[in-house]
Design a binder for this molecule. Sequence first.
Ligand SMILES: [Zn+2]
Length: 403
Amino acid sequence: MNISLLYHAFGLREQRCHSISYESNRIILNIQTREEKLRCSNCNSKHVIRSGYTERCFRCVPIGSKPVLLKTKVQRLYCKECKSHRQEHLHFVTGKRSYSNKFARFVVELSRIGTLKDVSSFLHISWDTVKDIEKRYLKRHYSNPDISKVKCIGIDEFAVAKGHIYKTIVVDLDTGLVIYIGQGKGADSLDKFWEKVSKKGVKIESVATDLSAAFISSVLSNAPNATLVFDHFHVVKLMNDAIDQIRRDVYRQEKDLNKRKVLKGTRWLLLRNGKDIFDANFRTRLDNALKLNEPLAQAYYLKESLKEIWMQVNKQEAETVMDDWIKQAKESKVPRLVKFAATLTAHKFGILAWYDHHISTGKVEGINNKIKTMKRQAYGYRDQEFFDLKILALHDKNYAFAG
Ligand SMILES: [Zn+2]
């Protein structure tokens, strides 16, 4: 076979192919290192004498759908310069692996468009081999993200499995890259991240988180100079949870069956943005439910006005709006609203800090959604290290591939 074809198709620079054989659907290229390329693997000298060999086979990229094997005699060489006996170095494989480097790269390329199972059945190799190849690649390229230029970060947790196993991720809000994955969702899940930040002397300017006490204390003690911003959607979500609870309470307490009927199925109407409900029928249903019950109506109007906090021209005005909102919620005397008002008061500094840094954890949520899709595709990823690496590489679906 032509030497340049050997190089371009199979990545072989120093070999020649002296024959091709076919064995049960596989193509076998019988190759040999060219005489002039034999060198001592210790001192790189050309002055070597052959002293035996072992025969080996390596998987290589397929031709069409047919697997290709490279069969070669691996020479044992005696070096006249350094007087050592060594096996020749094969440039196209790494370590003791049974497949060529080119094959490994091909597996990685395929892994981008198919699942591990797809790739393993397409190439007729084991699932574990595909995973090992991909894992090794991911480790080399993504295990240690560069955080030296990071300024704004978003922190959020996500559930790995239904059994309440969580991971915490940190995202660079400027680039959208995942820069850290911690185990659990407690304050200690971020310890290694802060270690890295201090080791690299990174100056974090702002941090977006939800209202998790663990994250807050972790940020305050490890990045005391950073502006902590509480994510605005998380605050709105807490309010939505409160209104949903109130609706349940009201429904449970209502004995009148007709009134219960009015309340039934209003959940999504209550949670929706009031301005977006155009359908007259839906409007009437919502109005009827609100007329029926005072606490529910109060909660609903407070929910609708909560977003005003983030719609002011400056921080001062926002503070006035927020104080007013808290006052109204307290005066409602609805226990869940009073409780929510207390939560807002406790987190006021970080909610208003949005006016200093317009950041949110929105990008982190986007990544969480991608992780969910990935989990569905790959049966949950039992290998946690592999799973973490996949997350770190998430942004790079189209990583440029050389060779
Ligand atoms: Zn030598």
